[in-house]
Design a protein around this ligand. Structure first.
Ligand code: PLP
Length: 230
C-alpha cells in the first residue's frame, strides 16, 4: 500500500509540475514517517524512497540508528537548543530554524563535529499565533545574522501553512513564501542560497508545487492517518 501511495502522490506532483511548466526533477517528495514504525520506512525505502521527514529529535535518532545509512533524514519539527547536539550529525537538513540563537547553537555543535549543516529558515507566513517560525518582517534581518556563521548554510525557506478544509486558501501563503525567497536571493548574500522551498503537506502539496515548492512533506498521504494514542 505504501509504495502505491507514494506512486500516486508522485504522479500528482508530476501533474502539478506540468500545469505550472516546471520540471518534476526540481521537486523532492519527503515521506514524513513520524509516529510510524521502521517497517513502514523500510517498505518505502525498498520502493526507492531515500528522503524521510521526522519532527522529533529522539524519534529521528532512534530510526537513524536502525535504518540504512543512505537515508536522508529531514528534521521538520521545532528544534530546541538543548537537543541540537543529538541531531547535528544525523540530519541531512534542518527545516525549522527560526532564530539566530538556534542557528548559533547548531554552529557550535557543527564546529565540534567538524561538519557542515544545511538549514532552511522557517517562516510563519500566515502569522498564526500557534506556529513557530519567523514573521515575514523578521526573516531578512535574521538571515543577515545567520549568514556569517561558518558551518551553517542557508539553503532556502520553509513554511507550515494553516490547516484548512479548502487547500486553495493556502495558495496565497505559498506565493508569499516564494516572493520572499526571490527578494532574499536578490540581496545576493554570501552563504545564503534560495534554492529550496519546503512547503506543502498531504492536504495542499499540489498547490504548493504549482507555486514553486522544491521539497514537499507528505505523511498521511503516504503512510495513512497517524494514531497518537498508542
Ligand atoms: C506531520 C508534518 C507533515 C506531514 O503532514 P501530513 O498532513 O500528514 O502530510 C509535514 N510537515 C510537518 C512540519 C509536519 O510536522
Amino acid at each position: 500500500m505504501i509504495s502505491e501511495n507514494m506512486n500516486y502522490v508522485q504522479s500528482k506532483i508530476n501533474e502539478a509540475c506540468k500545469r505550472a511548466g516546471r520540471n518534476p526533477e526540481e521537486v523532492t517528495l519527503i515521506a514524513v514517517s513520524k509516529t510510524k514504525p521502521a517497517s513502514y520506512i523500510e517498505e518505502a525505502y525498498n520502493a526507492g524512497k531515500r528522503d524521510f521527514g521526522e519532527n522529533k529529535v529522539q524519534e529521528l535518532c532512534d530510526k537513524y540508528d536502525i535504518l540504512p545509512d543512505d537515508i536522508k533524514w529531514h528534521l521538520i519539527g521545532h528544534l530546541q537548543t538543548n537537543k541540537v547536539k543529538y541531531i547535528v550529525e544525523k540530519a541531512y537538513m534542518i527545516h525549522s530554524v527560526d532564530s539566530f540563537k538556534l542557528a548559533s547553537q547548531i554552529e557550535k555543535e557543527a564546529i565540534k563535529h567538524n561538519k557542515d549543516v544545511d538549514i532552511l529558515i522557517e517562516v510563519n507566513v500566515a502569522n498564526e499565533e500557534s506556529k513557530f517560525g519567523l514573521t515575514y518582517e523578521e526573516t531578512i534581518s535574521t538571515i543577515e545574522q545567520i549568514k556569517d556563521l561558518s558551518h551553517v548554510h542557508i539553503k532556502g525557506l520553509m513554511t507550515i501553512a494553516p490547516f484548512t478544509d479548502t487547500p486553495e486558501d493556502n495558495r496565497k501563503y505559498f506565493k508569499k513564501l516564494k516572493e520572499l525567497s526571490i527578494k532574499i536571493a536578490e540581496l545576493g548574500m554570501n552563504n545564503v542560497e534560495m534554492r529550496e522551498l519546503s512547503m506543502g503537506m498531504t492536504n495542499d502539496y499540489e498547490i504548493a508545487v504549482e507555486e514553486g515548492a522544491t521539497l514537499v512533506r507528505v505523511g498521511t498521504g503516504i503512510f495513512g492517518e497517524r494514531n497518537y494514542n498508542i
